[in-house]
Write a protein that binds this ligand. Structure first.
Ligand SMILES: *[C@@H]1O[C@H](CO)[C@@H](O)[C@H](O)[C@H]1NC(C)=O
Ligand SMILES: *[C@@H]1O[C@H](CO)[C@@H](O)[C@H](O)[C@H]1NC(C)=O
Ligand SMILES: *[C@@H]1O[C@H](CO)[C@@H](O)[C@H](O)[C@H]1NC(C)=O
Ligand SMILES: *[C@@H]1O[C@H](CO)[C@@H](O)[C@H](O)[C@H]1NC(C)=O
Ligand SMILES: *[C@@H]1O[C@H](CO)[C@@H](O)[C@H](O)[C@H]1NC(C)=O
Ligand SMILES: *[C@@H]1O[C@H](CO)[C@@H](O)[C@H](O)[C@H]1NC(C)=O
Ligand SMILES: *[C@@H]1O[C@H](CO)[C@@H](O)[C@H](O)[C@H]1NC(C)=O
Ligand SMILES: *[C@@H]1O[C@H](CO)[C@@H](O)[C@H](O)[C@H]1NC(C)=O
Ligand SMILES: *[C@@H]1O[C@H](CO)[C@@H](O)[C@H](O)[C@H]1NC(C)=O
Ligand SMILES: *[C@@H]1O[C@H](CO)[C@@H](O)[C@H](O)[C@H]1NC(C)=O
Ligand SMILES: *[C@@H]1O[C@H](CO)[C@@H](O)[C@H](O)[C@H]1NC(C)=O
Ligand SMILES: *[C@@H]1O[C@H](CO)[C@@H](O)[C@H](O)[C@H]1NC(C)=O
Length: 823
């Protein structure tokens, strides 16, 4: 396939230019077989026949010329494939672009009413942004009637939304354009999931089967979609909203036009943004975040389990409807009964169906409520109607479901909304003759013989013991996986590849059997009980944000406590800032985005989580960078795991005291402002490219934040402060802004420090920042060498507690950063 493609790209172009205008099809020309059309200008896109995967069905499509794994961005005849590309023809006929099959019948057409255009002049042109257009080709070739397209493929997207394209609402026809998933990875026919614009809310929604809405972006506020806060950290896609008399739509461009990027409605029911990194398509963003939030992802009678692999399974008594569809990742067909209901073969036998109770389920939508007083009445009501396929009964009463059961979710105990559903099955179904019934028989035997009783006792003990062991590999909550220690040991090759060490334990690189790369943290000095540990870990697991490292799972076997995280390709920030040997210089624009990203991650911890989480250990070592250099805050929530014993935390974080706010030492209660202080210290290091506490060559301590504060406040040349490796190449305004923010953040009085939310607004340009006052402890520092101990790394904890306590209130008369809004 790949060879074939390369042949097309590099060899066919000269050949084509003999046969066809490279980018254009006109009235007397046709495209068939292996011939392709190359887009005008840069030749970014190719149009031609393709067949997806191993299928023998051919389609007309557009794909990237520079991406070696053929990636289709548009399909013409989604629903009408042809079987022989050599005898099929794509041509312009009566003012339309049409696809003719072997017997010259039109099987796909642009479908224009061609009365008002001069038919013989119409040409189809593939533009360099991937848009295939029909236009009047009379006059001077490709320069005529610019903008006046008779038809364009951007108005008829399939699953891909390319930069420059749009997903619109047409006010004249009141029609919503759809971005529709493929049916499966080998069939471009429209699938069940579609994205559309809801013009009233200035938001996008995703629906299942064009009806059931299961996701919304939240409304557009001119910067982001309200329910997609992580889009704030986005320096790839520039979205904008257009609203005119004819239509409203969003469109987007790429900040860096040379990146190859696309937005798709995936067969998984998620929207995804992907970028080509010269080897692979890497996922930049996807929503809904969890697979099982996609409505009816597993089809009828299927259950979706966020922790099960694969996500989809059939209910007991059911089997997958189509093995081949399931293996292609199309679960929408769902499951069918292994045995027909008695009810269906003989109505009077309906009462001989039975119910199988399935606990811990997320129930289907649209139940039929029924006012009955007991579970047996509820069951009986379901039995009486042949179309009733399940019931649930609890304090809220009786719910019945008719026909197919959709959107069942397998939850884990303790999530909160899990319930037991009773599934109607044929009484002769094998699920009723399994081990459960054997138990009953055995219980009968107990009465007869004490010997048997003892044997049973042994079996029961064995079962209990087994169950206990089983819980080790059972998941705790949501997306967290409980790993076995052995699995992690083999994934990390017996903890051989150490990525780093930290206050809470060492981190090792590992590779899971499905070749996902992970980072495994071996926790030290965790003396918590099992239950408390799991509670704490599952809390951390629910915290997900684009600027926070995601916890995938954990392992807890006795004293062995490990956490499993996503592995971050570019390591931690300190390795890029402080180690000059790194091949890639972190240029200023990236540094600014990193500063913003860290702030957003912290803001999420401080303000958006259910309980405010204070990180307590913000430093470059705890800022990880993914392949796009998107920063991810690591190690959050661990301070809580160690316990609320701050002296303990202090000891654990020994060696990183340059980032600790004075209140850690003065002993007053720690608030989120302690993180703001550490964040300010990190900002200085982003600017200078060296440790704040680093000694200069002549052995004299030169404390960078003091210097930076005085340059900033005195209106000096801030580019002087910049990491020399950047050679002064940076936006002066941005450097000044960062320095001001950093000075505000490291104020001794936490009340004067801005909240991290304010920092985010300032860095986003939504809020202005005034000149900061000189941080008191810096003044003191410059005056008196005694206080060096507070900022150097080698000092041990505890001994300097009295030294900075004195000046906490003296600065409180200073003004706070201005909060006036700039727009
Ligand atoms: C196609 O038609 C145009 C004018 O209609 C003519 O100039 C051109 O030579 C034709 N090309 C071929 C290959 O017949
Ligand atoms: C195509 O078929 C070959 C051989 O039959 C198989 O190895 C390969 O995995 C198939 N590819 C896809 C995408 O199904
Ligand atoms: C071409 O399409 C027509 C109309 O859809 C159909 O009747 C005919 O069988 C097709 N021919 C071939 C060879 O598939
Ligand atoms: C095309 O023309 C027919 C009859 O002339 C008309 O009924 C139909 O609405 C037109 N379609 C469009 C899309 O304009
Ligand atoms: C259509 O094109 C032909 C040839 O280019 C020209 O002679 C004719 O006048 C055009 N007709 C109209 C209605 O534009
Ligand atoms: C298009 O035509 C205009 C004049 O009509 C000319 O100035 C311009 O350079 C042309 N553009 C291209 C891309 O040929
Ligand atoms: C989708 O909806 C259509 C009618 O709106 C219905 O006929 C079809 O069965 C639905 N598909 C599924 C998979 O339920
Ligand atoms: C983003 O897109 C808008 C609208 O197309 C444009 O005005 C703006 O300049 C773009 N911004 C950047 C930074 O490219
Ligand atoms: C709206 O549509 C009309 C008719 O198609 C067109 O003339 C006009 O330019 C359009 N307006 C905008 C803003 O696109
Ligand atoms: C579908 O069901 C069959 C039989 O129950 C099973 O062998 C097969 O593995 C299943 N396929 C998938 C993809 O789960
Ligand atoms: C249905 O079952 C009843 C009772 O078992 C029996 O009398 C009746 O003949 C059956 N009807 C059919 C159509 O099998
Ligand atoms: C069974 O329930 C369906 C849906 O509520 C209803 O339409 C139907 O009439 C019921 N059948 C009987 C026999 O009650």
């Amino acid at each position: 396939m790949i060879h074939h493609l390369i042949f097309l790209c590099f060899c066919i172009t000269p050949f084509l230019s003999l046969a066809l205008a490279v980018d254009t099809i006109s009235g007397n020309e046709t495209l068939s077989g292996d011939r392709t059309l190359l887009s005008s200008g840069g030749g970014n896109f190719v149009l031609g026949f393709f067949h997806p995967g191993n299928s023998s069905r051919y389609y007309i499509g557009i794909w990237y010329r520079r991406v070696p794994t053929q990636t289709i961005v548009w399909v013409a005849n989604r629903e009408a494939p042809i079987s022989d590309s050599n005898s099929a023809q794509l041509t312009v006929l009566n003012g339309n672009l049409v696809l003719l099959n072997e017997s010259r019948s039109v099987i796909w057409s642009t479908g224009l009413n061609s009365t008002n255009s001069n038919n013989s002049n119409v040409v189809a042109v593939l533009l360099d942004d991937g848009n295939l257009v029909l236009r009047d080709g009379s006059g001077s070739g490709s320069n005529s009637s610019v903008g006046e397209y008779l038809w364009e493929s951007f108005d008829h997207p399939d699953r891909t939304w390319l930069p420059g394209g749009k997903i619109a609402y047409d006010k004249r026809t009141q029609r919503r354009q759809l971005l529709t998933s493929w049916k499966n990875s080998e069939d471009p026919a429209p699938g069940l999931f579609s994205l559309e614009l809801d013009p009233n809310g200035r938001q996008y929604i995703i629906r299942w089967n064009r009806t059931e809405q299961y996701w919304t972006s939240g409304s557009w506020n001119d910067h982001i979609f309200s329910l997609v806060p992580e889009m704030r950290l986005n320096y790839i896609y520039n979205f904008s909203y257009v609203d005119n008399v004819n239509e409203s739509y969003f469109t987007y461009s790429l900040y860096n036009p040379s990146t190859i990027s696309r937005f798709i409605m995936d067969v998984s029911g998620q929207v995804k943004m992907l970028s080509w990194d010269n080897r692979d398509w890497t996922l930049f963003w996807s929503q809904p975040r969890q697979q099982c939030e996609v409505y009816a992802y597993c089809g009828a009678f299927g259950t979706c389990g966020q922790t099960s692999m694969p996500f989809c399974n059939c209910l007991p008594g059911f089997r997958n409807k189509s093995d081949s569809d399931w293996s292609l990742g199309d679960f929408s067909g769902g499951c069918v009964r292994e045995l027909d209901l008695q009810c269906e073969s003989n109505r009077t036998n309906g009462r001989r169906d039975k119910f199988f109770a399935r606990p811990n389920m997320g129930l289907p939508e649209h139940p039929q409520p029924l006012m009955v007083g007991s579970a047996s009445e509820c069951e009986s009501a379901c039995l009486d109607n042949c179309s009733c396929s399940a019931y649930a009964y609890d304090g809220n009463g009786c719910s019945l479901w008719n026909g197919e059961l959709l959107n069942l979710q397998q939850l884990t105990e303790g999530v909160g909304n899990e319930r037991t559903i009773n599934i109607r099955l044929s009484a002769s179904s094998s699920v009723f003759s399994g081990s459960k019934n054997n138990k009953g028989i055995i219980i009968g035997a107990i009465v007869g013989s004490i010997a048997v009783f003892l044997a049973i006792l042994a079996i029961v003990m064995a079962i209990i013991w087994r169950r206990r062991r089983k819980t080790v590999s059972k998941s705790v909550e949501g997306s967290l996986v409980a790993f076995g220690y052995k699995d992690l040991q083999s994934a990390t090759k017996n903890f051989s590849d150490k990525l780093g060490g930290g206050g809470f334990g060492s981190v090792f690189k590992g590779i899971l059997p499905d070749s996902t790369v992970i980072a495994v943290k071996k926790l030290e000095s965790i003396n918590q009980g099992e239950k408390q540990f799991r509670t704490e870990v599952s809390t951390i697991g629910t915290i997900q944000h684009v600027n926070l490292v995601r916890l995938r799972g954990f392992c807890s076997e006795g004293s062995k406590k490990l956490l499993v995280y996503d592995h971050m390709e570019n390591g931690s920030l300190d390795s890029h800032l402080f180690k000059a040997k790194e091949p890639k210089v972190l240029e200023w624009q990236k540094r600014y985005q990193i500063a913003l990203g860290i702030a957003r991650g912290l803001q999420y911890l401080h303000e958006k989580c259910r309980d405010c989480i204070i990180h307590c250990d913000i430093k470059p070592e705890n800022i990880l960078l993914d392949s796009e250099f998107c920063p991810k805050v690591a190690d959050f929530g661990l301070a809580k795991l160690v316990g609320r014993d701050f002296s303990r935390v202090l000891t654990t974080m020994r060696g990183t005291r340059g980032y600790l706010a004075p209140e850690w030492i003065s002993g007053v209660a720690i608030t989120a402002k302690a993180d703001v202080y550490s964040y300010g210290m990190v900002l200085f290091e982003l600017v200078s490219g060296r440790r704040n506490s680093e000694n200069s060559e002549d052995g004299k301590v030169k404390f960078f934040p003091s210097w930076a504060a005085s340059v900033t406040i005195d209106g000096g040349d801030v580019l002087e402060l910049l990491d020399p490796i950047l050679d002064r190449s940076a936006d002066v305004e941005e450097v000044l802004k960062i320095c001001k923010v950093a000075c505000w953040c490291i104020q001794d009085d936490e009340n004067i420090r801005p909240s991290i939310g304010q920092v985010v607004q300032i860095l986003e340009g939504l809020m202005d920042v005034n000149l900061p006052p000189v941080p008191r402890s810096l003044q003191v520092f410059v005056e008196s060498q005694e206080h060096i101990v507070f900022f150097t790394e080698s000092s041990s904890s505890g001994q300097s507690s009295s030294q900075t306590k004195s000046n906490t209130s003296s600065a409180s008369s200073h003004s706070k950063p201005s909060t006036q809004s700039t727009n």
